[in-house]
Every structure is written in C-alpha cells, then in structure tokens.
Design a protein around this ligand. Structure first.
Ligand SMILES: Cc1cc2nc3c(=O)[nH]c(=O)nc-3n(C[C@H](O)[C@H](O)[C@H](O)COP(=O)(O)OP(=O)(O)OC[C@H]3O[C@@H](n4cnc5c(N)ncnc54)[C@H](O)[C@@H]3O)c2cc1C
Length: 501
C-alpha cells in the first residue's frame, strides 16, 4: 500500500498500514493482538528499534532480573502463563512475549532495528508520516493511526549521577541498564548503590557468588515478601483448565493488589508495622531494622518492592550481603568513603541509580508541521492526547502490574478503530476546548525518576475523562461503561466540517 504526502499527492515510497505500532514490548505485542482481534480487516505493522521482542525484558540483563509484581497480572488475559512460579524471571517473561507473538502471528508484522525519530500528522490526507532510522538510512512509513508502545524511559541512557573521585577508582563501575555480557563478579567485593527494585533484586542474586555484596543506600525502601509458589495457586491450576485458572488467578491477584494498595493508603501506620514485622522476622536478632528498612515516607508514596521468598533478608542473614545507610563522600582507588567516616572496600560498583523518564520513545511528534509538546497536552482516558488526531500512548500503572492498564488501553484503541471504521471516520481526537482544568502530575508517585524529570510526561487533569488515575477499579468501571464519543471530535478526510460529539 502507499500513502499520501503533505501535499495530498500519494507518496509511492512510503510504506502504509492502517495502524503503526511503535515498540515490540509488552504493550506493543498486546496492542497488536487486541487491534487485530476486533478489527481483522485492518492492516498493521510494528517498528522496533531493538533486534528482538521483549522491550524491558530484553534490555535488562543484570543478575536476578525478574518481575516484582505477580506474573498472572503482568501476563496477558488472553495468553495464560504456564510456568508454576508467581514471580517470573526476565528470561521467562521474554520467552512468553516471543511465544505469544509467534502464536498469534504478530512476529510477522515486526520490523526490527528500526528507530522511530519523528511523526507528522497531515490533515490534508489524515495520515501520519513517520520517519525512522534503519541501517543508517531514513525510511518513511505512513499510517492512519499511530500507537506508542514505547514504554516510559530512555533506552539510550540510564540515570547515572557523577560521584566525587570516581575517576580514581581502579575497579569496575557498571550500570544495570547496560550489563556487560558474561560479567565475572565471582569472589569479588561488590557495592550496589541504590535501594530501588533493581538494587533489591541484584543484591541477593550477586551474593550467590560474590565475596560480599553491600547495598549502599541514602534512605530505605519498603520491602514486602511474596511466595514464588503457593498451595492455592497450585490447587487452582490443578482443578481448572489452563485458560480458566489463568483468569481466576488474574482476578484473584488483581483484587489482592487493589486491596493491599487501598489498605496501605487508608491505614499507613498499620501497613508500616506489618512491613517492619516482615523485616524483623526475616533478619537476625538485634539487626538494626529501623535504620536500614524503615523509610521516612508512607507506603506507596514510592513504588513498593516485593521480593520472592524474602531472598534479600536471607542473603543478609547468611552474611553474604549487607546494607549500609549512609552518603558517599568520595570514591578512592579501591572503594568508597562515606560521610559518616566509614569506608567500603569494592572491586566492583553497581550504580543502581535508576532510569530517565521519557515519553513517546523520544519521538518528535508534530501536527501539520507544528511540534506537539507532550507536556502541554492533557491525557484523555489515560491514553489519547488532547487535540492530537489518531494517536495513542500506552503506559501501565505505577501501583499495580503494567498490563492491568496496558491491556485496557489496547482494547480501548481497538474499540475506537472499530467505531471509526463503522462510521467511515478517518480521524478522531479528544478535545477539551476552552474548559479550564486544574493540572496534576500524570504519575503521582515520589519515585526518583519522576521527580528528576516531572515534565517528561503529558499533563493529567483532575476530572474524568482527563485525569490519569492509578486506580484499577475505577478505570475498569469506566472502561466497561465507556462512552466512546465523550469529548471526542470525529471527522472524515474529505469532510469540510468535523463532527464534534
Ligand atoms: C528493571 C525493570 C523491572 C520492572 N518490573 C516490573 C514489574 O515487575 N511489574 C510491572 O508491572 N512493571 C515492571 N516494570 C515496568 C516495565 O517496563 C513494564 O512491565 C513493561 O515491560 C512495559 O512494557 P512496554 O512494552 O510498555 O515498554 P518496554 O518494555 O519499555 O518496551 C518498549 C519497546 O519500545 C521500543 N522503542 C522505544 N522507543 C522506540 C522508538 N523511538 N522507535 C522504535 N522502537 C522504540 C523499545 O526498544 C522496546 O522494545 C519494570 C521496569 C524495569 C525497567
């Protein structure tokens, strides 16, 4: 198929599909499935900058990489998770995504090694013209509808502060986002800087063969422990067929996630006591739990970390890992000096210092040549952008499994496309008009990567359908009773007037 250029003249060289999905991670594969399921007649393609399927689960290769939310809610509702464990490691998630893409013939639609740089909407032809880099050349794609499954962070750079004196350090410094292949840390002294999910995953995994792994944190994080296998899950899976048991497990675990979040927000002091108890029970007698595992913020002000079967506590109890709560004064040739006057010996330092938040995979988006600053636009129903035609972005929850929202987004876009097809519309966009709306952050969480770059994401309003919520129950109700025309403008390419509903 061919597309039309800005001038309205068909551009014979542009590769045209009805829908163009950017990203072959969890969101992109899920979107392809949902869009095709509801709109079998539409053509689609996926452009992926990497050489493999998987996104996050392909990029991150550090020891122990795994989900920290349960896999039944992280996997798709339409594709049962077959392995027994409830917390899956990165390799198995990558395999699951690759198998899902293959089973539903989604893999045939993916073009790898293709980095999307820009997308311009042409309202003369109602098409997106997309410029991508492929093997050193620029290739033009075009489509009617553009779906961003590009995740939420910069793939090229992690967050990596510079530390005083680090050039003096004779050992190796590694960032988890770019883990070296076959990196040998056996019998080495390792310091992991950070206390987020990545640090908490890395410490027990590296402790299995390193001489000692020390987690150096400025301040503690809440840690809950989750069983990798439970009798209830095994029993449900034994009694019911695979698809039914997967659905039961998804509903059960979604309810647990929602209820435990609500409990933490309503009764933070009780939740704090429970979490402290988990640490006390799992750590040796006399361990200074309050210094190393008692955060100053409330549970879920930042994303809570779940560890499988208390693994980090076990590594500390076995003397293979340690936690130090302090601040870095300076690196020296063989370690790190701390502000307290203490010093940590290190052969290897892992900077688990985080991600850099980024929207739309760094793509420059414009409408008729005018750049769209995503931070100036409100988000509609969590996935469309104010006054930007035929474009969706897909992000998950910060307080629940990503897929719980990304699958709703994929289904909502599939429904919108079906509606447009039925009515013969070639464009649609959400429109707020002159209504004033207060602004709140899209991700209302005090995570470092959000606070460092609060303007990376589009704006959230304070009233539906313009507010981004981290509330699965309310979103699921809205999704079930969705009014597709609400605050939307629909039109056809050959119409002189658009239809505002
Ligand atoms: C270490 C780590 C652990 C996590 N653990 C969990 C967890 O336990 N539970 C949970 O719910 N969430 C977790 N997350 C969040 C995680 O990112 C989501 O679970 C999920 O993988 C996001 O899927 P996605 O497809 O939206 O984005 P990604 O997985 O980031 O995939 C985006 C894809 O888009 C491609 N892409 C980006 N920009 C472009 C471009 N311009 N052109 C072409 N291709 C592009 C990327 O190469 C990538 O393949 C974790 C994140 C990290 C970093």
């Amino acid at each position: 198929m061919t597309a039309q250029s800005n001038s309205g003249v068909p551009d014979e060289d542009a590769l045209f599909t009805d829908v163009l999905i950017i990203g072959a991670g969890l969101s992109g594969i899920g979107a392809a499935y949902r869009i095709k399921e509801r709109n079998p007649g539409l053509s689609y393609a996926i452009l992926e900058r990497r050489s493999r399927i998987g996104g996050t689960w392909d990029l991150f290769r550090y020891p122990g990489i795994r989900s920290d939310s349960d896999i039944f809610t992280l996997s798709y509702p339409f594709e049962p998770w077959k392995r027994p464990e409830a917390i899956a490691d990165g390799e198995h998630i990558r395999e699951y995504l690759t198998d899902t893409a293959r089973r539903h013939q989604i893999d045939r639609h993916i073009t790898f090694d293709t980095l999307v740089r820009s997308a311009d909407w042409d309202s003369l032809t109602d098409t997106w013209n997309v410029q991508a880099e492929q093997g050193g050349a620029t290739v033009t794609y075009s489509c009617r509808f553009l779906f961003f499954g590009t995740g939420y962070y910069n793939y090229d750079e992690g967050y990596r502060p510079e530390f005083p004196g680090e050039t003096e350090f004779k050992g190796r410094i590694v960032h988890p986002q770019f883990w070296p292949e076959d990196f040998d840390y056996r019998d080495k002294k390792v310091v992991v800087i950070g206390s987020g999910a990545t640090a908490i995953t890395l410490v027990p995994a590296m402790a299995e063969s390193a001489a000692l792994v020390t987690m150096l944190q400025r301040s503690p994080t809440y840690i809950g422990s989750m069983s990798t296998r439970t009798k209830t899950v095994d029993a449900i899976r034994k009694v019911f067929p695979r698809k039914v048991s997967h659905t039961i497990m998804r509903w059960r675990n979604s309810a647990i996630i929602v209820l435990s979040y609500a409990f933490s927000r309503k009764l933070p002091e009780t939740m704090k006591k429970l979490l402290r108890l988990v640490a006390v029970r799992n750590l040796p007698d006399g361990y200074d739990v309050d210094t190393h595992f008692k955060p100053t913020y409330q549970p879920w002000d930042q994303r809570m970390c779940a560890v499988p079967d208390g693994d980090i506590f076990k590594a500390i109890s076995a003397g293979r890992a340690a936690v130090v709560t302090d601040r870095i004064k300076t690196f020296d040739s063989s370690g790190i000096q701390l502000e307290s006057g203490e010093r940590l010996d290190a052969d290897i330092v892992v900077t688990a210092t985080g991600l850099q938040l980024q929207s739309l995979g760094g793509t420059t988006v414009s409408v008729d040549g005018a750049e769209v600053k995503t931070t100036d636009r409100f988000v509609y129903k969590g996935h469309l952008l104010e006054d930007v035609p035929n474009l969706a972005w897909c992000v998950g929850y910060t307080n629940a499994s990503w897929t719980m929202r990304s699958d709703m987004t994929a289904q909502a876009v599939a429904k919108l496309l079906a509606y447009m097809g039925e009515k013969g519309y070639t464009h649609s966009y959400p429109h707020l008009g002159d209504r004033s709306m207060s602004v709140k952050p899209s991700w209302d969480i005090k995570a470092g990567y959000v606070q460092r770059n609060p303007d990376a994401l589009p704006k959230s309003g304070t009233h539906r359908p313009w507010n981004v919520r981290q509330n699965y129950v309310l979103d699921a109700i809205d999704h079930r009773f969705d009014r597709i025309e609400e605050a939307m403008v629909f039109g056809r390419v050959d119409d002189t007037v658009t239809i505002e509903v």
